[in-house]
Design a protein around this ligand. Structure first.
Ligand code: HEC
Length: 140
């Protein structure tokens, strides 16, 4: 249930939004619990599910190119095209970022923003990947 609300696995890494947890995160407690109870009622099936792996620019790009690939995987669902905003955020990321230095910006990406749906990516992305995200956000 916590994973559906926050997008975080028990080890603190962020679930890829291909599993559309940003939508579930807004469900009521009752609805989330109902789905959870339903899932728990199913017979377990024993099979291997390989972890999703990054592909394309997110995996093999360098600098801002890799940052853009990572943004499209992890951030665009909530922050919109080039951080221009979406129904999930009240503030355009590019506007917010223009008032911050790089340390503050990467701090938000690493730590998240308590009280909002913004997850902390510090356990999911390396410092270099976060620096690449900052680099692409700075070009917008
Ligand atoms: C589940 C939705 C979600 C995802 C995924 C997400 N964010 Fe956020 N993010 C938010 C929300 C909500 C806020 C708070 C801003 C607001 O009040 O609208 C926020 C805030 C931020 C802020 C602080 C600036 C501000 O607007 O206050 C930064 C920087 C940021 N996000 C970067 C990122 C980056 C980079 C990624 C991908 C690695 C990412 N976010 C992924 C929802 C998300």
């Amino acid at each position: 249930m916590i994973a559906m609300r926050t997008g975080l696995r028990p080890d603190g890494t962020v679930i890829l939004p291909f599993m559309p947890w940003p939508s579930y995160s807004r469900w009521s407690e009752d609805d989330l619990r109902a789905v959870w109870l339903y899932l728990r009622s199913l017979e377990p099936i024993d099979h291997e599910v390989p972890a999703s792996e990054l592909t394309g620019a997110a995996a093999t790009g360098r600098g801002a190119t890799r940052g853009e690939g990572l943004f499209d995987v992890y951030c665009i669902v909530c922050h919109g095209e080039k951080g221009s905003g979406s129904p999930f955020t009240t503030v355009a990321l590019t506007d917010a970022a223009s008032g911050m230095d790089d340390t503050t910006l990467s701090g938000f990406i690493s730590e998240g923003l308590p009280g909002t749906s913004m997850p902390g990516f510090g356990k999911t992305l390396t410092d270099e990947q976060i620096a690449d995200l900052v680099a692409i956000i700075r070009t917008w």
